[in-house]
Design a protein around this ligand. Structure first.
Ligand SMILES: Cc1cc2nc3c(=O)[nH]c(=O)nc-3n(C[C@H](O)[C@H](O)[C@H](O)COP(=O)(O)O)c2cc1C
Length: 152
């Protein structure tokens, strides 16, 4: 089985919580995912044994990725790992009352897909507001189960 790594950045725990649920939902479908907090992540994680990456960040500061994820991005754009052949899925927590709803997910797509060559395999999951609403939990479950089918 190809290895999958989920890297998340989360300030108040919402994206961490969603990330843990993605892991559990994929496990229930037979797909193992390893999880790393962006504060512990390094660009070398992107050129290791992993074939699939799930990149998860909330949005702060007028559309910017969460601070730890942003630090990770700064290191990644310096090293510029080649992600051609790697599968990418993106998710984010945000709030549509802000002008740049889930802006972090767009920045992640630009860097990891457009610039570094990763292949986006599923539409981005954007969680609006409190993650535990029935609507958000349904979105999450449907997304994670579809994702599980798309990763090896
Ligand atoms: C000061 C502040 C700024 C925020 N800015 C944005 C934003 O620009 N875009 C957005 O979609 N959400 C924004 N949010 C909402 C957070 O992204 C949302 O609460 C998210 O669930 C936090 O996830 P986390 O706990 O994983 O960090 C903001 C929240 C606060 C308190």
């Amino acid at each position: 089985m190809a290895k999958t790594l989920l890297i998340y950045g989360s300030l108040t725990g919402n994206t961490e919580n969603i990330s843990n649920k993605v892991q559990a939902l994929c496990k229930a479908k037979g797909k193992e995912i390893e999880i790393k907090n962006a504060m512990d992540a390094d660009p070398s994680d992107l050129s290791g044994p992993y074939q699939n990456f799930i990149l998860a960040s909330s949005t702060w500061e007028d559309g910017q990725p969460q601070a730890d994820f942003n630090d990770f991005i700064q290191k990644v754009v310096t090293v510029k790992p080649n992600l051609v052949g790697k599968k990418i899925a993106i998710l984010g927590c945000g709030d549509s009352n802000y002008a740049h709803f889930c802006g972090a997910t767009d920045i992640i797509e630009k860097i990891f897909v457009n610039d570094l060559g990763g292949k986006k395999i599923i539409e981005t999951l954007r969680i609006d507001g409190y993650p535990e609403t029935e609507n958000n939990q349904t979105l999450l479950k449907n997304w994670a189960e579809k994702l599980a089918e798309l990763i090896d």
